[in-house]
Design a protein around this ligand. Sequence first.
Ligand SMILES: Cc1cc2nc3c(=O)[nH]c(=O)nc-3n(C[C@H](O)[C@H](O)[C@H](O)COP(=O)(O)OP(=O)(O)OC[C@H]3O[C@@H](n4cnc5c(N)ncnc54)[C@H](O)[C@@H]3O)c2cc1C
Ligand SMILES: *[C@@H]1O[C@H](CO)[C@@H](O)[C@H](O)[C@H]1NC(C)=O
Ligand SMILES: *[C@@H]1O[C@H](CO)[C@@H](O)[C@H](O)[C@H]1NC(C)=O
Ligand SMILES: *[C@@H]1O[C@H](CO)[C@@H](O)[C@H](O)[C@H]1NC(C)=O
Ligand SMILES: *[C@@H]1O[C@H](CO)[C@@H](O)[C@H](O)[C@H]1NC(C)=O
Ligand SMILES: *[C@@H]1O[C@H](CO)[C@@H](O)[C@H](O)[C@H]1NC(C)=O
Ligand SMILES: *[C@@H]1O[C@H](CO)[C@@H](O)[C@H](O)[C@H]1NC(C)=O
Ligand SMILES: *[C@@H]1O[C@H](CO)[C@@H](O)[C@H](O)[C@H]1NC(C)=O
Ligand SMILES: *[C@@H]1O[C@H](CO)[C@@H](O)[C@H](O)[C@H]1NC(C)=O
Length: 616
Amino acid sequence: MLLRLALNLCFAIGAKGHLHLGRTANVIEVSQLSNGTVYDFIVAGGGIAGLTVADRLTENPNVTVLVIEYGPFDKREDAVMVPGAYFPVPYLWLPLMTTPQLALGGTSYGVPCGRVVGGGSVVNAMFFHRSDAKLYDAWEELGATGWSWTDLLPYFKKSETFNPPNAEYAAQHNITWDESLHGFDGPVQASYAPYDYAGSENFYNGVVSLGIQPAKDPNNGHAQGIFRLLRSVNPKTQTRSSARVRYDRDASRPNYHILPSTAVSRVLFEGTTATGVEYVATSNGSKSTVQASKEVIVAAGSVHTPQILQLSGLGDAAQLKTLDIKTVSDLQGVGQNLQDHLVLKVNYNYTSNHFPNGGSLQSNTTYANEQRKLYDGGNPSAYDLTGTTGNLIVQLPLSNWTTRSTSIATLARRFDPAALLGASSPESVLRGLEKQRSIMIRDINREAVGGLSWNTGPETSIYMTRPFSRGSVKINSTSIFDAPLIDFGALTDATDLDILYAIYMKNRDIMSTPDIAVLGPIEVTPAPGLEDEVAIKEELIRALAPSNAHQCCTAAMMAQEDGGVVDAQNRVYGTDRLSVVDASVWPLIVSGGPQASVYAGAEKAADLVKNRYGLL
Ligand SMILES: Cc1cc2nc3c(=O)[nH]c(=O)nc-3n(C[C@H](O)[C@H](O)[C@H](O)COP(=O)(O)OP(=O)(O)OC[C@H]3O[C@@H](n4cnc5c(N)ncnc54)[C@H](O)[C@@H]3O)c2cc1C
Ligand SMILES: *[C@@H]1O[C@H](CO)[C@@H](O)[C@H](O)[C@H]1NC(C)=O
Ligand SMILES: *[C@@H]1O[C@H](CO)[C@@H](O)[C@H](O)[C@H]1NC(C)=O
Ligand SMILES: *[C@@H]1O[C@H](CO)[C@@H](O)[C@H](O)[C@H]1NC(C)=O
Ligand SMILES: *[C@@H]1O[C@H](CO)[C@@H](O)[C@H](O)[C@H]1NC(C)=O
Ligand SMILES: *[C@@H]1O[C@H](CO)[C@@H](O)[C@H](O)[C@H]1NC(C)=O
Ligand SMILES: *[C@@H]1O[C@H](CO)[C@@H](O)[C@H](O)[C@H]1NC(C)=O
Ligand SMILES: *[C@@H]1O[C@H](CO)[C@@H](O)[C@H](O)[C@H]1NC(C)=O
Ligand SMILES: *[C@@H]1O[C@H](CO)[C@@H](O)[C@H](O)[C@H]1NC(C)=O
């Protein structure tokens, strides 16, 4: 979250006849496929959504699935598995950069996302929680019929195995939960860290002293107040629980194949019916095709899904024409509506020099070695916490962050989509944004718009999670190996800066409460000593990053005349046998970490696919 980098058992009906698979039967190589090979389903992208759908479809042994993933398998390095050793860099798309962000002085920023079997679930910071019920209800209002909180709750449960914390630890650390809202048999192990720094107690009490309520269970559809972060960590081993773990469990399924280190370069069509995909080995560029008899399912993440769609002739026809791509379906919304969370790091020194804290593993080798021994011995340890992140978060609606919520909402109402996106933007996209904005403004004081987390050491992270600004992803060439143009449009709607400023100022209030003041905080960045709003905002603009690795919404589930790309069953408009199942389909970004919602949405998408083909 915090990086700145910046066999149908006889399925081979091609000329090659039967496949001969190795000992890990379901990891296959390019050489084992031929252009005539046919699967029931091909999944493009083996990240959270792709593996979740593949796992559910292959529960039926008669259904054959091939997942094609650009990245390799991880090697179970400490950096992947051990929370305190968190360092995902080897498995990120690098270098992936934004276009110059015009409202941020023309700077370009890194775009963190996972490139590995398991996608984001192998590289993420493991925070695992749901958003406000209102947010999902807004999806439904925008056209995603059947995707409200009530509809999704069974899928949130289905995807997790919730491990309640030790009762005594929970009581001491103010962790409360409601078991009726959780699942106990799903693939993702969800747990609370059994360790925390003393500074968390200062933070908790400081926040509560300002009247901010503790959340009863942040996963109950009211993800507001202060709470400890549930994480996708197996509590027995204190190691990462990723979408890959679930694949490993299924390793004996002969109907489930994964082709790693291979790029899907486009979807193949007969007319408007998807028949398979073209793919390219990342090692040597050799191209082949593979056929899908039932459906091609795209799950390449919200940056690369629109890239694959556009390369396949799905997108704005005028734009595709400039690259000589034949249009299959003129879908103006493909790649539009890009959203992410803004991140602002705020750093303080503490005259108390309190030790240990969330920075100590990095700054003190003796301490790190001691803690690692404890971890390896199965004892509670600082290594149970993710990297240098905090363990508590505050999430609030706008009126709980600031007394200025009415004027900020008034400001938001003054902007209109054509002014923000440019009058030459497609009518449909403008219409969809107008609908989104009116819902967002209506709910601005009822759902969380931002979060704040102190790591008990040098770093506080502020997240603006309800952006009004919109960006886009557009291909820049016909090669899958050329990065698309990624433009977050960060702060193009000035309302976002006002919201960020409100959270930043609330953080100053929190730092001034007696519970935290006792530690002697002195602001180091971004705006020490500044009191003038304009001057502070200038520093915030300089310090913020436009992506918290939570990209979404680039193939939205809305009506086509509102800029939508898929229908409420994830099917791409104007095509047959083609769907998108990842975070690209959300109309609006979730607040907080997205992964729990990606898992739940993919679980639902898998049921919809099964229903379509009578596979339940
Ligand atoms: C560093 C980092 C930290 C994060 N921290 C958190 C957190 O703490 N909590 C949280 O909830 N969320 C977190 N997230 C976000 C979360 O992991 C993502 O929202 C989630 O993984 C999105 O799921 P997805 O299925 O849409 O895409 P992904 O999981 O990204 O999967 C997409 C997959 O498709 C592959 N792919 C792309 N193009 C192609 C192609 N052409 N051919 C074949 N395969 C392709 C990619 O390599 C990738 O593996 C974090 C993300 C990152 C990167
Ligand atoms: C390209 O690489 C793939 C995967 O490593 C391999 O199977 C294939 O034989 C290679 N093709 C060529 C032409 O070298
Ligand atoms: C798989 O196919 C066989 C043979 O057609 C059939 O008997 C069986 O019921 C099918 N299994 C499932 C789970 O659909
Ligand atoms: C838990 O909450 C109580 C108040 O209800 C407070 O006194 C205590 O310090 C808190 N503990 C932690 C670890 O936050
Ligand atoms: C937000 O403010 C309202 C109104 O003061 C209050 O009732 C509510 O408890 C606050 N929410 C939280 C999470 O503190
Ligand atoms: C397989 O398909 C690819 C991509 O369309 C093509 O380049 C290649 O020549 C085909 N190979 C054979 C053996 O037909
Ligand atoms: C570093 O860690 C050791 C072991 O926990 C501790 O004794 C020492 O005081 C720490 N040093 C600093 C500067 O905090
Ligand atoms: C986009 O393509 C143009 C023309 O090939 C190239 O000059 C430019 O560098 C590309 N932009 C990016 C960001 O890759
Ligand atoms: C914060 O601490 C560092 C390291 O001790 C020091 O170099 C720096 O001057 C301090 N900054 C402020 C604003 O106190």
